[in-house]
Design a protein around this ligand. Structure first.
Ligand SMILES: [Cu+2]
Length: 138
């Protein structure tokens, strides 16, 4: 059963597009990071307990990041980053990556609890400029 799920993820995940990003099921989702947005901007629906492999590719001209978490997590990190002033790279963790220009990073994230999540960038001003994507965990 586990093997079947993995195979399905590989088969369907490779065709990442705005259309598949909306669908349910194990999958891979790729975001292009530009200045200052994620592409596609489409919101995602994820099942509770689902693990999603996210790939982030920075095609912008500045440093970006991707933090996956609830609104509370986003606001706490926004506050933390705002206190630091200039753009800086945070340490990669299980829920966040910093992506340099031209760099590609992968984050495998399991959505344990239902609720409203976001993927967001908290480099100076990026969050308020709308560099975020909504994720609904059902
Ligand atoms: Cu950014």
């Amino acid at each position: 059963m586990y093997l079947l799920v993995v195979v399905a993820a590989v088969l369907f995940g490779s065709a990442s597009s705005p259309a598949t990003a909306q669908s349910l099921g194990p999958r891979k989702v790729t975001f292009i990071l530009v200045d200052n947005a994620y592409q596609p901007k489409t919101s995602l629906k994820v099942r509770r307990g689902e693990t999603v492999t996210f790939t982030f590719l920075n095609k912008g001209k500045v440093l970006h990041e991707a933090l996956i978490g609830t609104l509370a997590v986003q606001l706490a990190h926004e506050k933390e980053m705002a206190g630091m002033g200039a753009a800086m790279a945070m340490k990669d963790e299980s829920d966040r990556v910093t992506v340099k220009v031209g760099q590609r990073k992968t984050l495998i994230f399991k959505f344990v609890k239902p609720g409203a999540y976001q993927i967001a960038c908290h480099q100076p001003k990026h969050y308020e400029l709308g560099m975020k994507v909504a994720i609904q965990v059902i």
